[in-house]
Design a protein around this ligand. Sequence first.
Ligand code: SF4
Ligand code: SF4
Length: 430
Amino acid sequence: MSITKRATFLRGVHVPDNKYLTNTKPIEVMPAPKLVFISMSQHIGKPSSVVVNVGDRVKKGQLIGEEVGFISASVYASVSGTVKEIKSIKTPLNTATYVVIENDGLEEEEFLPPIDKNDRQAILDRIRIAGMVGLGGAGFPTYVKMATEEKIDVILINGAECEPYLTCDHRMMVERPEGVVLGAKYIGKALNCDNIVIGIEENKPDAIKAISQIEGVTVVPLKKKYPQGSEKQLIYACTKRKVAPGKLPASQGVCVFNVQTAYQSFEAIEKNKPLYERVMTVSGKGIENPKNILVRNGTPYQDILEYCGGLKDDAVKLIAGGPMMGKILPSPQGYAKKTDSGLLVLDKTEVCLEEPSPCINCGRCAKACPMHLMPMYIDLFTKTGNYERANSYGAMNCFECGTCSYVCPAKRDLVGSIQYCKRKLRETRS
Ligand code: SF4
Ligand code: SF4
């Protein structure tokens, strides 16, 4: 183990982290619900293809959705029981095919066969077959990221967790540091790289301490700044390497993986357990008992909220994910999926209720943008329908971190405008 000095990236913003609601709360295992609704579209790429039928009996860990094509990921039953329905469901986030399983409570398991843990190809195959995806929220299939031709000399584990409120990765590092590091080492073995680095924001001293006690990993304490956990910013902070626009981290010899992706890879390789559950944070002043919970894939959001004591009377906003990059939910209809790092319930003291006003050209959005873009001009030209001109100010290089909207004194929805511009540009180019 070694620790380097506090590192960071250029620009960004200091956001109140509000992690105190859950950062000392140990991970609780939420009991499996009576019914799980498991989506076949919980990753970037093609939806999985259902391989069970209504009426089938399934075991926990059994394949129910098979990957289709190069960019896809398999999906597994999170409970044992009977397949009740296979149907399309529309939620506030998307419309997808779901496999609905009635839980029989028997917890019968059907895990994957053991592999040779020293075999590089066997590790790669296991990560693919286990349905591993980026658990930080991106949902990109992990094996696709690992299928690089570039020489990788840094396996970088993202322990920044810079989104306010979220503490699930923090608790994983405190409570299961060996699994996180061992998972990273397996990923490194598959990529022929034994240089394991983990970046952790300084507001998690107990996580820095826990990971530092394990051999074979370099811990980089990071300044608390948003968006410290975005890939390019994290790579710069930890290695001082710059990934050019349009290029992948592998072009700089780096592959980045989330803390829980590393941990779940460890479980897939050591325990033959496919990905069917994850730890998420349920937080905000609008929920009775904020917690970090281990949740089965497909658990209804409504059940999760009830398990955390239910909504308070003054709850005004529900968000899937963190407040900066998460998605606002108009209702709690939805089901836990691989990429769910958080479910937030905010009261009126935690949200901005001001209406947007005209831009005053203060330049704060440009000064804060970690990608050095000009959000006010992207917004201006998007509003006039001149999307190519908007792109000349970097629209397509925006990774939608929300920093510009956060700092704007006129409360303009800059990131919403940029997302719209990107959609329009993609439409005209396809
Ligand atoms: S323009 Fe995009 S990358 Fe820059 S601060 Fe705004 S959302 Fe973040
Ligand atoms: S921060 Fe807001 S008001 Fe200031 S330049 Fe940017 S868009 Fe305009």
